[in-house]
Design a protein around this ligand. Structure first.
Ligand code: 2IT
Length: 445
């Protein structure tokens, strides 16, 4: 049975109307997998892709809560349990007004491949709500998180589904949700990751995604005999991923000259370091404040309504959200001499951008490979919780570095084409094989 991409995508679109991001994520994967699947007929015979695009389970629920004025608010909550062939569902929760079922299906689909690449036993899932934490008081956020968990708790568990943070869900939200789970389930267990240190969180989990992106970039550069030393890096996000990415670039002798938010970006030709970086770290993740505050505080240039990809650089790191880098941005980066793009956000680039970047043959890693450090350390947090033991920062960081290096090797194994490595193809095939073989072994379930 040969695999027909066009027909497959037609079915996916017909069955999942109004979910353009899900279509985009699936199409990218099936286009890069088609040759491999045709060369290995067991995958088409077993309808593996047809099964993988169908979530094992989706829950959608009402999240009612009362704001500080005493008014009733209603949000919509979700958990997409995409694939559990190789482990319990694992993936973040996103709280953002843009969240829809389609967004979470795309993220859950990506997560299946990413988690497989980490080498750890984790299936893929994603969840969240259309809740906007900006401008909400601590008590409002707590009440929302408690209401969200009051429904979600019956669908998750340490051997079933282990959520974590994502956009709009940081240490504070995870802690409130953990507290509510513990209270309702009457059990102290590692049911969420990204927890506080004093109740089962792992060292290096906050740093893991940003550090991991740079470890991956380092591995890509090393294939060209190059390093981060002396490099100029352009970065978009000022959240958890972006800030720790900046820290790692600084440690390795490079400099990061931009940080942004949906409204604009700050340009700092000297590089964001020292006191500036320490101010920046909690600005969004704790205080949910706009990036303009950063420019104002240090007298830096704020470029309103613009994106950082116009700044000439050696390396570009999108760390904000999906489709933040379009075809025009990609062409501008390449024209200005950018040699490496390492994605920190999930599906950072539009299809047009990916095509332009691949055609240029510069070093390019998709988010599912280079941002896997976050979920990898979540997997290590689960291991530590199960052992009732904590590793030191050095131990966790060493494991993170090893995992990023292993992911890089897997991408090369499946993506090397002569002296060029197509990391998109490598990550998709590498992530697919383990899950697909487990699904075949487990029968038609
Ligand atoms: O996109 C991601 O990999 C995450 N938001 C982290 C997921 C996790 O379970 O740590």
């Amino acid at each position: 049975m040969s695999f027909d991409v066009a027909k497959f995508m037609e079915n996916v679109k017909a069955k999942n109307p109004g979910e353009p991001e899900f279509h985009q994520a699936v199409e990218e994967v099936v286009l890069t997998l088609a040759d491999y699947i045709n060369a290995n007929p067991k995958y088409a015979d077993n309808k593996i892709l047809e099964r993988m695009v169908e979530p094992e389970r989706v829950v959608m629920f009402r999240v009612p809560w009362v704001d500080d004025k005493g008014e009733i608010q209603v949000n919509r909550g979700y958990r997409v349990q995409m694939n559990s062939a190789i482990g319990p569902y694992k993936g973040g929760l996103r709280f953002h007004p843009s969240v829809t079922l389609g967004t979470l299906k795309f993220l859950a689909f990506e997560q299946v491949f990413k988690n497989s690449l980490t080498t750890l036993p984790m299936g893929g899932g994603k969840g969240g709500a259309d809740f906007d934490g900006v401008g909400k008081s601590d008590n409002e956020v707590m009440r929302f998180c408690q209401s969200f968990m009051t429904e979600l708790y019956r669908h998750i568990g340490p051997n079933l589904d282990v959520p974590a943070g994502d956009i709009g869900v940081g240490a504070r939200e995870v802690a409130y949700m953990f507290g509510q789970y513990k209270r309702i389930a009457n059990e102290f267990t590692g049911v969420l990751t990204g927890k506080g240190r004093s109740f089962g969180g792992s060292l290096i989990r906050p740093e893991a995604t940003g550090y991991g992106v740079i470890y991956f970039a380092q591995a890509m550069l090393a294939t060209k005999g190059d390093s981060l030393e002396g490099k100029t890096v352009v970065n978009s996000g000022g959240g958890n991923v972006g800030t720790f990415l900046i820290e790692k670039v600084n440690q390795l002798g490079g400099k990061v000259v931009t940080v942004g938010d949906p409204y604009g970006y700050v340009y700092d030709p000297d590089g964001i370091k020292g006191e500036k970086l320490e101010f920046l770290k909690p600005l969004w993740t704790v205080y949910r404040r706009p990036i303009k505050d950063f420019a104002d505080k240090f007298g830096l240039e704020y470029r309103e309504g613009r994106k950082p990809w116009e700044v000439p650089c050696d390396i570009a790191c999108p760390t904000a959200t999906q489709n933040e880098l379009n075809e025009e941005d990609a062409k501008t980066l390449i024209k200005n001499g950018c040699k490496c793009i390492a994605e920190g956000s999930n599906m950072s680039s539009t299809k047009g951008a990916v095509d332009a970047i691949l055609a240029s043959k510069i070093l390019y890693s998709p988010g599912k490979a280079s941002n896997a450090g976050g979920v990898a350390v979540s997997g290590l947090e689960m291991s530590q919780n199960s052992m009732r033991y904590n590793w030191t920062s050095e131990e966790v960081d060493a494991k993170l570095q090893q995992i990023m290096s292993d992911i890089h090797e897997t991408c090369r194994e499946y993506g090397q084409e002569g002296d060029y490595c197509n990391y998109v193809k490598g990550a998709n095939i590498g992530g697919f094989v383990k899950v697909a073989d487990a699904m075949i072994a487990q029968g038609i379930v």
